[in-house]
Design a binder for this molecule. Structure first.
Ligand code: RB5
Length: 149
């Protein structure tokens, strides 16, 4: 499994934990930065990770910012991306099972590095359930077809 990883200065507090967790799953990580606590613009990192996932080069993406919210808003502007902000274990599982999320975003000012590990474990162990959930994702794709150029 190839996973694209991106963060800003607000999310970097989670990065080491996320890298170690992904490696423990045997994932190959494509690191798009950032690498320090210097202030940067989260949409730049969201776009690079979203492009890697939308193109199929990476199967999943993980994005980290202060809240996870800005990263998800930006990543969801790329066609084919289903980025979910996750701060609890139920949502971590549900967004894979129901939404087939291909990017998970988390906030370094919201959750701890230890909790990020638990969230990623729930997310990557869960399986998309298909069926009625696929029908709903197809409806999302129809919205994309109509509104994305
Ligand atoms: C950066 O200060 C902060 O705005 C960013 O990390 C993120 O929380 C945006 O949603």
């Amino acid at each position: 499994m190839k996973v694209a990883l991106g963060c800003d200065h607000g999310g970097i507090v989670l990065k080491e934990s996320v890298v170690n967790t992904l490696k423990s799953f045997g994932a190959e990580i494509v690191d798009f930065g950032t690498v320090s606590t210097e202030s940067v613009n989260y949409p730049v990192f969201a776009l690079n990770v979203a492009k890697a996932v939308a193109s199929g080069d990476c199967e999943y993406g993980v994005l980290l910012c202060g809240t996870g919210i800005g990263m998800s808003i930006a990543a969801n502007k790329v066609k084919g991306i289903r980025a979910a902000v996750v701060s609890d274990l139920f949502s971590a599982k549900a967004t894979k099972e129901h939404n087939n999320a291909n990017i998970i975003t988390m906030g370094g000012r919201i959750i701890s590095p230890e909790y990020a590990k638990l969230i990623l474990t729930e997310f990557f162990e869960a399986k998309f359930q298909g069926g009625r959930h696929q029908n709903r994702i197809n409806l999302i794709s129809e919205i994309e077809d109509e509104y994305f150029k």
